[in-house]
Design a binder for this molecule. Structure first.
Ligand code: 5GP
Length: 193
């Protein structure tokens, strides 16, 4: 997605060996025009796939997932990272090791929001080692629902997330694919969408 790649080059910056900061338009301050464009691109790809729910994980997946769900005309569900006393029955959970925070969270979705009739598109902001997406796949499958695909805004192709998901038979579609960082600059490879 050209406008996303241009924005990454303009406003993204590389932190350390393998982190891209995009907090001015995606992970902290959110550019709604760009999110709408992202939602429209994912929705166009999955328009005829019979998607019934878009699932993401809080917090930074919510913005692109919401616009995708809106464009597809289906609900968006975000997995919660901490258990809340109001979530006292029927919870689907998975353990997710956070790449950026280096901690393991139990993430959860109330079982009443997913059923075996659902065809799910998982959307997230980044794909690194695939732990967040894998946890979401586990939750969706616990509900007996089907994961149609994983849609990613920014994939770091030098990490193992895509391989992990594809080995499990889940197609991955990324809007921007980072091949490597070179002297603090992003080098792209061809994206899927
Ligand atoms: P994974 O679970 O695939 O290892 O990592 C994906 C999650 O970690 C994403 O939901 C995202 O929040 C965070 N993440 C991974 N890599 C980066 C990165 O380079 N920059 C930012 N801002 N977040 C990242």
């Amino acid at each position: 997605m050209e406008s996303l790649e241009a924005r990454i080059l303009k406003d993204g910056y590389v932190l350390g060996e393998n982190i891209l900061k995009v907090d001015s338009f995606l992970t902290h301050q959110v550019d709604l025009h760009l999110m709408k464009e992202i939602g429209d691109v994912f929705a166009k790809k999955f328009r005829d796939a019979g998607i019934t729910k878009v699932v993401t994980i809080e917090a930074s997946g919510i913005a692109p997932a919401l616009y995708t769900a809106d464009a597809l005309g289906v609900p968006m569900i975000f997995a919660k990272k901490s258990k809340n006393i109001t979530m006292n029955e029927g919870i689907l959970t998975a353990e997710v090791f956070s790449f950026t925070k280096q901690v393991t969270n139990t993430v959860s979705i109330a079982s009443k929001y997913l059923s075996e009739k659902d065809k799910v598109l998982i959307v997230d902001d980044f794909l690194a080692n695939g732990q967040a997406a894998k946890g979401l796949v586990e939750i969706v499958e616990q509900a007996g629902a089907k994961v149609e695909a994983v849609g990613i805004v920014i994939e770091k192709s030098f990490q193992e997330g895509r391989g992990l998901l594809e080995e499990a038979g889940i197609p991955v579609f990324s809007l921007a694919r980072l091949e490597r960082f070179e002297n603090g600059k992003v080098v792209f490879k061809e994206a899927d969408l």
